[in-house]
Design a protein around this ligand. Structure first.
Ligand code: C2E
Ligand code: CA
Ligand code: CA
Length: 782
């Protein structure tokens, strides 16, 4: 309901105060009202008593006058003789003398002298007078109440009654009101039929009449309460005796409560004003007080909100109460949270070992620089890799290696104080230089810098040599995101190492599309199943007999979308992704079928199959291949590269021995292209050596190559190996090889790799040529 504590407290305090004040005011009012009522009651009762005395006095006075006249001899005689003028003048005379309202004579026969008979209910009057010798009481004359008393006129027998009366009118009542200590209002009511009426026409006679009726019925002597539109009043109803002894008349004394309360009004006003002032003071004071209470809480709340948003959140509360202590605890907590946050951020952005910025920190730095770049400028990132780091680390230990990395980081910082240096991997540092463009001119600069960086590092007492390669990548703002840019620098590092350079700029063409490669592999596996992979065969010419004695099977892939694919595109990828085994199984199966087809056509040829280095130490593959070849009766030769053996020589040599035992000849492919080792050459129990086409292609032009080829042929022969030269593209090369004693030749000059049908046609042609000797001689001379 209340969103602010201060408002809530203020309303609460003010409300409580108002409640207390109202209770006080109500009880004061009730007490005052009660008091006033008591006082009015007393006063009414007292006035009632006074009225009784006044009534008694007047009765006496009237009686005395009446008695006086009744005893007067002349008067009695006048009555007896029915001398009306004399009677009337006597009555009038006395009335005037005594200041009476009414004086008349009622004869025993009912005659009336001294008053208009029409104004008096003669019957009623007569019976009342007759009933009691000295009757007195209220009687209505001419519609108005009068106090009447009577005295009999005896001469000597009863001849009539003298009746004197005082009018109970406003004047009379005002006189009575004046006798009272309070300003009450007196009226005489008399009953006419069922209603009580008065001659005094005040506004609420009707309501008053009802009160009178009730009071007369209940015959109470206690004041009653009357509520009317003009206000409350207390009413005392006093019975008045009527002439006929019954009581259809009453004196009504009325006092308005408002008048009784009037003297207390200043007091009540004072109470109300004091209350209002008090309430205002309480509101102001509790507003101030609650602000004092709420302020630190509000401050705490605001601080907590700031803390939530990671902003500074200190609250300044200098009280020693609970809130003060709470604030202290809060400040402590906020400080600790910030400290921890700083530590966490620090940990998240630092390499724990070297203290250098980590991968994430470098990404942020790149993003920050990108945001500041001018149009056309680039962020240049270098990935600096320690070469052969596993060897180095196992040589010097982890701790010193970390120190080494730190030292190189420091060196870079000295070379380029503006550069930001971080650590990407165990052996790779990342440098964001101040360069804003990456061109080929940068490469020599970086190469020179690498020379400085590669100066031996002193670790303890020892000097350690370091070798480093560097990959460079750059991006404009909006070109690449930070992680991709770092990735490209890392790839560039791999590319530098792959081609034996110290520095390389990221080459997107060489990198290709690795994501696409993966899908290519799954397509290749489908191709294996659907027969999209098939073989081309390249004939091998026996240089001694001039006959085609074998072919090399070279895999081809008829890709549904990309057309015919050469093996360079997918063989390496199949090796990297572990799919080379499925591919080679497929090639072997196809070669078995092709060889059978050739055999059926009378061409008995050895098929050479390329076996990837990855499969050479796979004993399971070899077992299955041997089994398959034995079962089909195929005649194959396995071409392996010599370097394939170097990886895991024990297993590889075992596999080669198995192939040997199964009668499958082995050919050493691409001899001379890798790091050839005579030791392995001796160990590999091979049948054939294929001189790499690199040497053969330049045979005619390069004397050194010719020398190498010649000595390789001699070496192979001395080891008992046959020699095939591949890449024979010209007649001259073929002739030279023949002269050098090479056994077999393979190359475009003889035949390009071809599909099975083309091979069959080629072999048919060949056979025809062989049967005509001149043709044979012609071909040899070509
Ligand atoms: P490789 O084993 O050295 O195969 C010889 C390559 O030299 C073939 O390329 C062939 O077309 C090409 N060649 C033949 N004569 C000449 C010539 O006179 N001049 C020139 N410049 N090149 C010539 P291809 O068919 O593109 O095969 C490339 C490589 O793919 C092969 O080199 C081999 O390492 C690999 N490969 C091919 N088929 C298979 C296979 O079934 N399994 C495995 N594991 N590797 C294969
Ligand atoms: Ca080959
Ligand atoms: Ca080869």
């Amino acid at each position: 309901m209340f969103r602010r504590l201060q408002t809530k407290l203020t309303v609460l305090y003010a409300g409580l105060f108002a409640l207390a004040l109202s209770l006080v005011a109500v009880s004061v009012y009730l007490t005052i009202a009660n008091n006033a009522q008591q006082q009015v009651r007393r006063e009414l009762t007292a006035t009632g008593t006074v009225f009784d005395s006044v009534w008694a006095l007047r009765t006496q006075r009237l009686r005395d006058g009446a008695d006086l006249l009744a005893r007067d001899f002349g008067f009695r005689a006048a009555v007896a003789t029915r001398d009306a003028p004399t009677v009337e003048s006597a009555v009038t005379n006395l009335r005037q003398r005594m200041g009476l309202d009414l004086a008349f004579l009622v004869g025993v026969d009912g005659d009336v002298v001294g008053v208009d008979p029409a104004k008096v209910d003669i019957d009623k009057l007569w019976s009342a007078l007759d009933h009691e010798e000295r009757a007195q009481g209220v009687f209505i004359v001419d519609g108005a109440p009068y106090q009447l008393i009577s005295a009999p006129v005896m001469s000597p027998n009863l001849t009539g009654w003298i009746v004197f009366g005082a009018r109970l009118d406003d004047r009379e009542m005002t006189a009575l009101e004046r006798l009272s200590a309070i300003r009450l209002d007196a009226q005489v009511f008399d009953r006419r039929g069922e209603t009580w009426v008065t001659t005094d026409k005040t506004a609420d006679t009707g309501a008053l009449g009802a009160v009178v009726a009730t009071a007369m019925r209940q015959a109470t002597a206690e004041p009653a309460r009357l509520r009317t539109a003009t206000g409350d009043s207390l009413v005392l109803v006093k019975r008045l005796m009527t002439l006929d002894g019954q009581t259809p008349a009453a004196l009504v004394l009325r006092y308005p409560m408002a008048l009784a309360l009037a003297p207390y009004q200043p007091l009540m006003a004072a109470v109300i004003i004091a209350g209002l002032i008090g309430a205002a003071l309480v509101v102001a004071a509790s507003w101030a007080l609650s602000r004092d209470i709420a302020r630190p809480i509000t401050a705490l709340e605001a601080a907590a909100r700031r803390l939530r948003h990671g902003e500074a959140a200190h609250v300044d509360v200098r009280s020693s109460d609970e809130i003060g202590r709470l604030s202290d605890s809060f400040n402590l907590m906020a400080a600790e949270i910030r400290e921890r946050e700083v530590r966490i951020t620090e940990l998240a952005l630092r390499d724990a070992e070297t203290g250098l910025p980590n991968h994430l920190a470098m990404e942020r730095e790149i993003e920050a620089r990108m945001a500041r770049l001018a149009p056309g400028q680039q962020v240049v990132v270098a990935a600096l890799g320690l070469d052969r780091f596993t060897v180095l680390r196992s040589a010097i230990g982890y701790a010193l290696f970390t120190q080494l990395v730190r030292e190189i980081g420091a060196r870079i910082q000295v070379l380029d104080p503006e550069a930001v240096v971080g650590r990407l991997t165990t052996s790779t540092l990342c440098v964001i230089s101040r360069l804003t463009a990456l061109t080929d001119e940068v490469v020599p600069v970086v190469e020179r810098a690498l020379v400085d960086l590669a100066a031996p590092v002193r670790l303890g007492n020892e000097l350690v040599d370091v070798h480093m390669s560097n990959g460079l990548a750059a991006a404009e703002a909006g070109g690449l995101d930070a992680p991709r840019l770092i990735e490209q620098a890392m790839i560039a590092l791999d590319q530098a190492r792959a081609c034996g350079r110290k520095v390389a700029i990221f080459d997107p063409v060489a990198y290709g599309d690795p994501a696409g490669n993966l899908s290519l592999m799954s397509e290749m596996l489908q191709g294996v199943a659907t027969g999209a992979l098939f073989l081309h065969h390249q004939p091998k010419l026996d240089l001694r007999t001039g006959a085609i004695t074998g072919v090399e099977a070279l895999v081809r892939w008829n890709h549904p979308a990309r057309g015919l694919l050469r093996p360079d595109l997918f063989v390496g990828m199949a090796e990297e992704t572990g799919h080379i085994r499925a591919l080679t199984d497929c090639v072997i199966d196809r070669a078995i079928l092709d060889q059978r087809a050739l055999r059926d056509l009378g061409h008995d040829l050895t098929i050479s199959i390329n076996i990837s280095g990855r499969l050479i130490d796979d004993a399971e593959f070899a077992d299955r291949a041997i089994e398959k070849i034995a079962a089909s009766g195929a005649r194959f030769c396995f071409e392996i590269t010599e370097t394939a053996v170097i990886g895991n020589p024990d297993v590889a040599l075992g596999v080669l021995a198995k192939l040997n035992a199964a009668g499958i000849p082995v050919s050493i492919d691409d001899y001379g292209s890798g790091l050839s080792s005579l030791a392995y050459l001796k160990q590999i129990n091979a049948d054939e050596l294929k001189i790499d086409k690199a040497f053969v292609l330049s045979l005619e032009n390069d004397a050194k190559d010719a020398l190498l080829v010649k000595s390789t042929i001699d070496l192979a022969h001395s080891l008992g190996l046959k020699v095939t030269a591949e890449g024979v593209e010209s007649r001259e090369a073929l002739a030279m090889l023949q002269m050098m004693g090479c056994d077999l030749a393979q190359g475009y000059h003889i035949a390009k790799p071809m599909a099975l049908e083309a091979l069959v046609a080629f072999l048919g042609e060949q056979r025809l040529a062989e049967t005509s000797a001149p043709a044979k001689a012609r071909r040899r001379a070509r």
